[in-house]
Design a protein around this ligand. Sequence first.
Ligand code: NAD
Length: 246
Amino acid sequence: MADRLSGKTALVTAAAQGIGRATALAFAAEGAEVMATDINLDRLEELSGTPGISLRRLDVMDPQAVNSLAAEMPPLDVLCNVAGFVHNGTILDCPEEDWDFSFDLNVKSMYRMIRAFLPAMLENGGGSIVNMASVASSLRGLPNRFVYGASKAAVIGLTKAVAADFIKQGIRCNCICPGTIESPSLDDRINAFDDPVAARKAFIARQPIGRLGTPEEIAGMAVYLASDVAAYTTGTAMIVDGGVTL
Ligand code: NAD
């Protein structure tokens, strides 16, 4: 336990599993008071009793729920937008409803969350916003990641725009671009292949470092960006990818 975030309040979306869960746990271990949110209450409740962590169901696609949580909570020091979905396929596999769903969950949710929580952060004198992007974005085109890559490129643009607009008011806004990270949804994606063992090998082969990343390795970057150690860092897209973009 360290104290890089002691005295800070934080909210993490998609905290029931994967990167979001590791981030909520890392924030709490660094001394933050964390509101861990997700739509999957059963999995979220596995965090119940963790010191520093409160739990709440939050669907980031529900504007009313987002706004009422923002109205209820004290100002945040750290807002960490993790919720996202990986659509598999090319542009030809992406009908309009899939495009709309991916952009709603991966991008518009961040617009919604920031619009709801930013006013109190500004009144409070500032804060740090951390958004989860991906190397599949404006950084790299990866096969079968058409709408995912487009939406995560939008996350990088959204991050830089917010950073530019509020830099003089104490708000920092950064995003993280992970490579392939072990998570329950990655397991689902791998198990959907006819040959999951070969699929896992192919995912690993994409990472020059020779292995997949861990959620904790992404959470470590989120802690850095959330903390005052990163006070001079805003508008960046931090790459944590095992060399995918080398
Ligand atoms: P995951 O995909 O395993 O879990 C996603 C979580 O999001 C689940 O707990 C789910 O219940 C929650 N969720 C889904 N819809 C929601 C909604 N409407 N409101 C609130 N919560 C909702 O987690 P992961 O793989 O760690 O991915 C987390 C983030 O990191 C995503 O934005 C993803 O795009 C990004 N990312 C992941 C990887 C990877 O390889 N795992 C790589 C790069 C970026």
